[in-house]
Design a protein around this ligand. Structure first.
Ligand code: FES
Length: 173
């Protein structure tokens, strides 16, 4: 065997032993998680079911102040007059949103002209006819929208929120 052939042979053996170690590593890593069987943390939050108002309390395009999921979480109900994402009621036009800006927590104001929530802090704007989609500004998420339900008496219930409320690690404290 020539010197060159011996070097190739040594290199091949080193490569094979490295591949063996890598394979062993894959085997160990694939065994470890399943043997641990750690229970995944629950991702869902159990929201309270709160009556916020009755459909008769709402006037078209006028915000009605509410709180959800607790008294320290202000928000509004809106009757927008046309079917919108997340809308409930006979016309699918009743929606609810937090009024705390998801950027840095300023209180939002409703703009009836273009049906947006507007922030006086850094001018973020959110489209109430598009599920609270951010349309301008510094915020990095859409406006948290309530999950609503209307019963046969016209009572409006909130049963959840679709985004994390500003300043909270969990929407339900
Ligand atoms: Fe609303 Fe900054 S607090 S955009």
């Amino acid at each position: 065997m020539s010197r060159c052939d011996r070097m190739v042979d040594v290199g091949r053996r080193r490569f094979m032993s490295g591949a063996g170690l890598a394979a062993a590593g894959v085997a160990v890593s694939s065994i470890t998680p399943s043997s641990a069987q750690a229970a995944p943390a629950a991702a869902r939050v159990d929201y309270p079911v709160n009556r916020l108002a009755n459909v008769k309390d709402l006037k078209p395009n006028e915000p009605l102040n509410v709180s959800y999921p607790d008294a320290n979480a202000p928000g509004v109900l809106l009757k927008l007059g046309k079917q919108v994402p997340g809308g409930v009621g006979a016309e699918g036009d009743i929606v609810g949103f937090t009024t705390i800006c998801p950027h840095k927590g300023f209180t939002l104001n409703y703009g009836a002209g273009d049906r947006t929530m507007n922030c006086p802090g850094h001018y973020s704007r959110f489209d109430c006819e598009a599920g609270g989609q951010q349309i301008w500004g510094q915020a990095t998420q859409n406006l948290p929208q309530y999950v609503l339900r209307v019963d046969d008496k016209g009572d409006i219930y909130a049963e959840g929120v679709d985004e994390l409320l500003y300043g909270r690690l969990s929407n339900v404290l």
